[in-house]
Write a protein that binds this ligand. Structure first.
Ligand code: BTN
Length: 270
């Protein structure tokens, strides 16, 4: 059971906070440049590093996004991965992605900015993507051996540095806050939030994670277009289950359930 109430937890003041975490950030490996912090984290996890170990890089040469996409990671972003060894079945691993989304949204909100989650795991500000989350897992007989939680946040770099095709749908904290944001302070805040929610998950209260995630998710109640491997559907997103699967009611009244895919918010119906 997590004892510290949210109000007692440290908040950002002058961008610097003291993090006093139970697990996350007990060891931090910092690099100037790596191919991918997720890849570094997997190597370290294979060697048996303790859970909570954080790998952070100023730049990634071969950052990885969801669905095998590249993740462009110039200097001025926050690119990091966390090694986790939760005692959960692999079917529950989506809870880790969910708690990361909550942690990032809450951390950004401390800057007075209204961030929200877009299914399945993007963080948006004013409809534009500021953060992506890539969770990778190694499991054995359906039990999780380790999970690498990778987070990429556009913080202080110029959006012109992103490829043209994603530029118009991306934003950065610098752009939204109107000043440079101190990356170390942001990292500490997110680590503190991840630690808090990870503790809740470990206490067997994953329903609280799902509940919080739904509250912060901007996809529910919207007209959406979902592209999965098998189909592309337009309809109203009306529910998310405990596994993070999104239910969409198409124009013909048929219900489609998606565990993964790309989601475009078309319009709000509420
Ligand atoms: C997405 O496609 O939205 C997920 C992007 C995840 C990017 C982060 S940056 C840190 C970590 N290392 C990687 O190679 N990818 C993740």
């Amino acid at each position: 059971m997590n004892n510290s109430s949210k109000e007692e937890r440290p908040k950002i003041e002058n961008d610097i906070i003291d993090s006093n975490t139970k697990i996350i950030g007990n060891k931090i490996h910092t690099f100037d440049i790596v191919d991918s912090t997720n890849e570094e984290a997997k190597k370290l996890a294979d060697k048996g590093v303790k859970e909570g170990t954080v790998i952070i890089a100023k730049m990634q040469k071969a950052g990885k996004g969801r669905l095998n996409r590249d993740w462009v990671s110039p200097k001025g972003g926050l690119w990091f991965s966390i090694v986790l060894r939760p005692d959960i079945g692999s079917e529950d691993s989506t809870k880790i992605t969910m708690l990361a989304g909550i942690a990032v949204v809450e951390s950004i909100r401390y800057y007075g900015i209204d961030a929200s989650i877009k299914w399945p795991n993007d963080v948006l500000i004013n409809g534009k993507k500021v953060c992506g989350i890539l969770t990778e897992m190694r499991s054995h007989n359906k039990d999780v051996d380790y999970i690498v939680l990778g987070l990429g946040i556009n913080v202080n770099f110029d959006l012109e540095e992103l490829p043209e095709q994603i530029r118009s749908s991306a934003t950065s904290l610098r752009y939204e806050v109107g000043r440079d944001v101190q990356i170390q302070g942001l990292l500490q805040q997110i680590i503190t939030e991840v630690d808090y929610y990870y503790d809740i998950l470990k206490s067997g209260e994953s329903d609280k994670i799902v509940e919080n995630w739904k509250k912060l998710c901007d996809t529910l109640g919207r007209n959406v277009k979902i592209k999965s491997l098998n189909e592309t559907i337009e309809g109203v997103a009306f529910d998310i289950d405990d596994m993070g699967a999104l239910s969409v009611k198409a124009g013909d009244g048929k219900i489609h359930k998606f565990l993964a895919g790309d989601c475009i918010h078309i319009s709000s119906i509420i």
